[in-house]
Design a protein around this ligand. Structure first.
Ligand SMILES: [Mg+2]
Length: 284
């Protein structure tokens, strides 16, 4: 049975040293004469289409961009991005996430594992950002920012592509998403996929905690065996059964977030309420 492991890009595979942000700011400056002021957390974990819409709204007093405007922004962004990536590399601001190469090499040896990208970056943007890392060749499929406005659209597109390419059916229980923000976790949960989060990327620690990923790790160094247990490549050395092992913040969370197969409708309702609170920044 094949398993698909989808990696987010920024903060999960590489730290691009702010190349994406600089390219976004220059895109808006060149097209509209204004550099939007925004907090980094506003954009991290969002798809590029979503980010373009948000930034357009910021400088155009809430107006939504037309499809043609969106295209124009994408084109300009992809024109600017290569030199910003180069600048990060030159200034030694471009880094691989600790242990990522070793982890990918380990997974690549398993013939039942398909490695894919699950990133909000446009496909071309993802390629540009990933090229200096030398990690590109590990990934045979992907979902990208151009697949829709939400991460859910993007993740589902990645699964569809993998199913087509490998002529197999991928049950949600065999899809594993790794990211670095609460948005990665929420999207994976909304699709019914497994989810893991790195805490050394660009996510907000409080929101990451509240989104309660199945697995939380700093990077791919000392927690590597946890990833293997999570991916069902190893059994838990402590004999903990799957579906009962998580880090709940409260007893209620333990009941409603960490166990599966209980009152699914109610679970869904609670998730939605909670995730809206997460987005608004209200932490209960
Ligand atoms: Mg990320």
């Amino acid at each position: 049975m094949k398993k698909l492991v989808l990696f987010d890009l920024d903060g999960t595979l590489v730290d691009g040293g702010g190349c994406g942000r600089r390219a976004l700011e220059k895109t808006m400056q060149e097209l509209y004469g204004i550099t939007p002021k925004f907090e980094f957390v506003l954009t991290s974990g969002r798809t590029d289409l979503d980010i373009f819409s948000l930034l357009y709204g910021l400088i155009k007093k809430g107006k939504k961009p037309t499809a043609a405007e969106l295209k124009k922004m994408q084109k300009k962004y992809l024109e600017i991005l290569p030199r910003e990536v180069q600048m990060s590399v030159r200034n030694k601001k471009y880094h691989l996430v600790n242990g990522v190469k070793k982890f990918l090499s380990l997974l690549a040896k398993d013939k039942d594992i398909i490695l894919g990208l699950g990133t909000g970056n446009l496909e071309e943007g993802a390629r540009l950002k990933l090229t200096p890392s030398g990690l590109e060749s590990f990934f045979t499929v992907g979902g990208f920012g151009g697949d829709g406005h939400t991460r859910e659209d993007m993740l589902r597109a990645a699964v569809k592509r993998a199913e087509k390419k490998y002529k197999t059916k991928l049950d949600p229980d065999n899809v594993f998403v790794i990211g670095d923000t609460h948005r990665d976790i929420v999207a994976a949960k909304n699709c019914g996929f497994h989810n893991a989060v790195l805490t050394t990327g660009f996510g907000e620690p409080q929101k990451i905690q509240r989104a309660a990923a199945e697995l939380q790790a700093r990077d791919y160094t000392k927690d590597l065996s946890l990833f293997c247990v999570w991916l069902r490549l190893k059994t838990d050395p402590k004999g903990v059964k799957r579906g009962r092992y998580i880090m709940p913040a409260t007893a209620i969370e333990h009941v409603f977030f960490s166990r599966t197969g209980i009152d699914e409708d109610r679970l869904k309702m609670l998730r939605i309420k909670k995730y809206e609170d997460l987005e608004s920044g209200t932490i209960m």
